[in-house]
Design a protein around this ligand. Structure first.
Ligand SMILES: [Zn+2]
Length: 401
C-alpha cells in the first residue's frame, strides 16, 4: 500500500499483494469502492505520525504486507504497525510525536458518547460528519449527518466538526468506517493543533469487555480494537494520542441513565434517520427503546410490531448482539411478555438480581484510563454509578463461559 496526503486529501494505491476485499480488526469483510477520500479542515503541518495513523485507520483492511508513506514516520509508529499487524512501514526517520496534554471526545451524540462527555465536562468535542464523495453516488440519503452536526453545535461545548467522505471508500457491506477507528481520522490530524494526548470514545462495557458485536459471549480483556495493550491502542499511543474509554466499564443501561440525566440530554440522538427526533422504527431505535424502558421502568413504547423486518431477529433464538442488555431489558420492562420480545423470553432466566451487575462499573476499566484523566473518571464513576462487587466482577470475567 502506498499512501499520499495532499492537504486533507488521501490517495492510496494498492501493491500487488493487497486485495480489494479485506478484513477489519473486528474481522468483518470490507470491500473497497474507491482509493481516495478527503478530510475537511485538516492542517498542512501535522506530525507525520498523525498522518500515518489517520491513513492506517482507512487503509488497514486492504493492506497485506507493507505500507509506504509519503513522509518519514517515527520508529515507534513503524514498530507498532509491525507488532500489531506484521506490516513493514516506512520510510522511518521522524522524531516521535510528544504526547499532548488535552483529552478530546470523539462525539457522536449517542447516549454512550454523551455519558463520556458527562464524565469529562471540560473536554472539547470532535464530531465526525459524513459528506458526499465526489465520485461515489450516495444511495443513503436517509442518513442525516446534518441533523447530528446541528445537535452537536447546540451542546455549547467547544466543538470541532470534521467533514469527510472517507466512509465511501467502502463498497460493501455499505458506506462506513473501514475500521472503527476511522472516526478518529480528523481528530488525529488535528491533534497537534489541539494539543491532544488522548481521544475518548463512547465504547462501553459490551464493546470493550464482552466482545461487542463480533465476539459474542466471550470475555475480551485483549480486545484488539480497544484494549490499551491491543494493536490499535499501542499504535495510537505511539502517535501520542491515547485511546481513552471513559464508559468502558459500564453498560448501555448506565450510559443511557447518565445521558438522560446529563445537561446534554436534549441533544442525545442515537438514530441517524429522523430529522425532528429518533425515527422510532429502525432496529437501533427498537434496541435503545428496550434499554430506555428498562432504565425508566416503564412499558415498551414502540410502533414496531412483530411482523416488521426489524423485529424478526427477536423471534429467533439467541445469541444476539448486545445480549447482556437484552437480558437486562427482559428482566425489567413491565409487560415485556406481551411485547415483540416475548419469544426471546423463552431463552433466558434473567432476573433483576441476575442482571444487577450491569448497573455498576467494572473497576479494571478505570485502571485502563491513562493517568492524566483517570482521577476525574474514577471520581465520577464511583459517586454516580458505583463499582462492581467481586461477585459482579466475576459476571464480567465469566461472560459466555
Ligand atoms: Zn431510528
Amino acid at each position: 500500500m502506498r499512501v499520499t496526503w495532499s492537504g486533507g486529501r488521501l490517495t492510496f494505491r494498492l501493491d500487488a499483494e493487497d486485495e480489494i476485499t479485506g478484513r477489519a480488526a473486528d474481522d468483518h469483510p470490507v470491500k473497497l469502492a474507491t482509493n481516495s477520500c478527503s478530510i475537511g479542515g485538516a492542517p498542512a503541518d501535522a506530525h507525520p505520525d498523525l498522518y500515518a495513523v489517520a491513513a492506517w485507520t482507512i487503509v488497514a483492511p486492504w493492506t497485506r504486507r507493507r505500507i509506504t508513506f509519503d513522509r518519514a514516520v517515527s520508529a515507534e509508529v513503524a514498530a507498532a504497525l509491525y507488532d500489531g499487524w506484521g506490516i513493514e512501514a516506512g520510510p522511518v526517520g521522524a522524531e516521535p510525536r510528544r504526547t499532548g496534554a488535552r483529552l478530546a471526545i470523539s462525539y457522536s451524540g449517542g447516549a454512550d458518547s454523551v455519558a463520556a462527555a458527562a464524565i469529562h465536562p471540560s473536554a472539547p468535542f470532535v464530531h465526525f460528519r459524513r459528506v458526499p464523495h465526489p465520485r461515489v453516488p450516495n444511495r443513503w440519503p436517509h442518513y442525516r449527518s446534518d441533523v447530528l452536526a446541528k445537535l452537536a453545535e447546540r451542546t455549547g461545548r467547544e466543538l470541532t466538526t470534521v467533514t469527510s467522505d472517507l466512509e465511501f471508500t467502502l463498497a460493501e457491506p455499505r458506506p462506513g468506517y473501514p475500521e472503527h477507528h476511522a472516526v478518529a481520522a480528523g481528530a488525529l490530524l488535528l491533534a497537534d493543533r489541539m494539543n491532544l494526548g488522548g481521544l475518548a470514545f463512547g465504547y462501553e462495557l459490551g464493546s470493550r469487555w464482552l466482545g461487542g458485536d463480533r465476539y459474542l459471549l466471550r470475555f475480551t480483556p485483549d480486545n484488539p480494537m480497544w484494549a490499551p495493550h491491543g494493536a490499535w491502542g499501542r499504535l495510537f499511543a505511539a502517535a501520542g494520542v491515547h485511546i481513552v474509554l471513559p464508559v468502558g466499564g459500564v453498560s448501555e443501561a448506565v450510559t443511557m441513565r447518565l445521558a438522560l440525566n446529563s445537561e446534554l440530554k436534549e441533544q442525545v440522538r442515537w438514530c441517524l434517520r429522523g430529522t425532528e427526533g429518533p425515527c422510532r422504527t429502525c432496529g437501533k431505535c427498537l434496541y435503545k427503546e428496550l434499554i430506555q424502558a428498562a432504565v425508566e421502568r416503564r412499558p415498551l413504547d414502540t410502533p414496531v410490531t412483530a411482523d416488521r423486518p426489524v423485529a424478526r431477529k427477536w423471534l429467533q433464538p439467541p445469541p444476539y448482539g448486545g445480549q447482556e442488555m437484552i437480558e437486562y431489558g427482559l428482566a425489567r420492562v413491565p409487560g415485556i411478555e406481551r411485547s415483540l420480545f416475548a419469544k426471546a423470553l423463552d431463552h433466558f432466566e434473567a432476573t433483576e438480581e441476575s442482571t444487577s451487575w450491569l448497573d455498576h462499573c467494572y473497576p479494571p476499566a478505570i485502571e485502563e484510563i491513562p493517568e492524566p484523566w483517570r482521577a476525574e473518571a474514577a471520581a465520577f464513576l464511583s459517586s454516580q454509578v458505583g463499582l462492581m462487587t467481586e461477585a459482579e466482577v466475576r459476571r464480567v470475567e465469566t461472560w459466555g463461559a
